[in-house]
Design a protein around this ligand. Structure first.
Ligand code: SF4
Length: 319
C-alpha cells in the first residue's frame, strides 16, 4: 500500500533552551556527585517525560521543603525560580540548596528589586499561578508588585503614585500580546519605567518567530510540549493566530488524534523550551508510519546561549 505524501516543516529553533538544559544538567550532576536521593522542589521543568526520567535516576520531586527530611541530600530549585522565602527556609533548616533558577528569570528578580529600592511600585505582566510569577512576586514584600494578565486589566489599576511605577514581565509570554500590554501601560502611565525591551527571553522570542514563519505554510501544526508549559501554550496560540487551521499541543506520539490529521499534506512541528528532541523524533516517527514524509527544517534564528551550572555543582567531580 502506498502511503500519502506529507511534507513536515520543522521549526528551528525549537525545544530545549539554555535555562532548561542547565536545570536538567544540575539534577543529573547532583545525582552523579552526591548520589540519590536528590530532592527537587516542583517539576524541574514543565515536562512529564523529563521529570519521569529524572525520577527513575533517583530524583525525588516535592511540592514544599517540609516534605524533605533533615540531612545532607541536595535540594534543587526549579528553572522557574522561587519566592525568597524558599531559600531562606532551606537555610534555616541547613538544607543543601542548589538554585537552578534560569539566569534570565533571576535577571527579572534583580530588576524588580532595583525598582523597589528606588521606591517604585511594580506591575508584573504575567499569568496568575505560574511558578515563575509566584517566584517573582515572592522576591519583594507583599503589596510591592501588582500582577497584570491582560491589557484589559490596566484600566482597573489604581496606583498610589503614578509617577513612581515600573514594569517587568514573565519571560515566556506571547511577544505580540506583551507588546500590546506594555503599550497600554505606557499610554495610561506615561512615566512608567521598564526594561529596554520586555523581559521575554531569547528562547521564547525565537521559538515564536519560527512558528510565525511556518504556521501560514502548513495545514496543521504540532507543538510538542506539556499543557502546563507556558511557552508551549504561547507557541500554540501564535500558530492559531497566524491562521493555521489545525494546531495541537501534544506531549507524546501516542497522544496524536489521527482522525484530525488524515487529510493534511503539510505539517509544521515545533517544541516548547522544556520538550526534549527525542519527543519531536517520536512524533515525526509516528507520522512516518502513516505517511511518506519529507522533513525540511525552517530556521529563523541561530542560538548559542549557554549557562554554566549553578553554584554548588561547578567543578564537582562525579563519585
Ligand atoms: S524559557 Fe527562557 S527564561 Fe525560561 S528557562 Fe528557558 S531561557 Fe530561561
Amino acid at each position: 500500500m502506498t502511503m500519502p505524501p506529507l511534507d513536515i516543516l520543522l521549526c528551528a529553533p525549537r525545544g530545549f533552551c539554555a535555562g532548561v538544559v542547565r536545570a536538567i544538567d544540575a539534577v543529573e550532576k547532583a545525582l552523579a556527585v552526591y548520589g540519590p536521593p536528590v530532592y527537587v522542589r516542583h517539576e524541574i521543568v514543565h515536562n512529564k517525560y523529563v521529570v519521569e526520567s529524572l525520577r527513575r535516576k533517583g530524583a525525588v520531586f516535592v511540592r514544599e521543603l517540609d516534605e524533605i527530611p533533615d540531612g545532607d541530600s541536595p535540594v534543587i530549585f526549579s528553572a522557574h525560580g522561587v519566592p525568597r522565602a524558599v531559600p531562606e527556609a532551606a537555610a534555616s533548616r541547613r538544607l543543601f540548596a542548589i538554585d537552578a533558577t534560569c539566569p534570565l528569570v533571576t535577571k527579572v528578580h534583580r530588576e524588580a528589586e532595583v525598582h523597589h529600592k528606588r521606591g517604585r511600585h511594580i506591575i508584573l505582566v504575567g499569568h496568575a499561578g505560574h511558578p515563575e510569577v509566584i517566584g517573582t512576586i515572592g522576591q519583594l514584600p507583599q503589596g510591592a508588585i501588582t500582577l497584570v494578565e491582560t491589557a484589559g486589566d490596566i484600566a482597573g489599576l489604581e496606583p498610589a503614585d503614578e509617577a513612581n511605577l515600573a514594569y517587568v514581565t514573565q519571560t515566556t509570554l506571547s511577544v505580540d500580546d506583551t507588546r500590546e500590554i506594555v503599550e497600554t501601560l505606557k499610554a495610561r502611565f506615561p512615566r512608567i519605567v521598564g526594561p529596554h525591551k520586555e523581559d521575554i527571553c531569547y528562547a521564547t522570542t525565537n521559538r515564536q518567530g519560527a512558528v510565525k514563519r511556518v504556521a501560514p505554510l502548513v495545514d496543521a501544526l504540532i507543538v510538542v510540549g506539556s499543557p502546563n508549559s507556558s511557552n508551549s501554550q504561547r507557541l500554540r496560540e501564535v500558530a492559531e493566530r497566524e491562521g493555521c487551521p489545525l494546531v495541537r499541543l501534544i506531549l507524546r506520539g501516542e497522544d496524536i488524534d489521527w482522525s484530525l490529521f488524515g487529510d493534511i499534506r503539510r505539517l509544521g512541528v515545533t517544541a516548547g523550551a522544556s520538550a526534549p528532541e527525542i519527543l519531536v523524533e517520536e512524533i515525526i516517527d509516528a507520522f512516518a508510519a502513516r505517511f511518506s514524509v519529507n522533513v525540511e527544517t525552517v530556521s529563523t534564528a541561530d542560538e548559542s546561549v549557554f549557562f554554566p551550572l549553578p553554584r554548588g555543582l561547578r567543578g564537582q567531580a562525579a563519585e
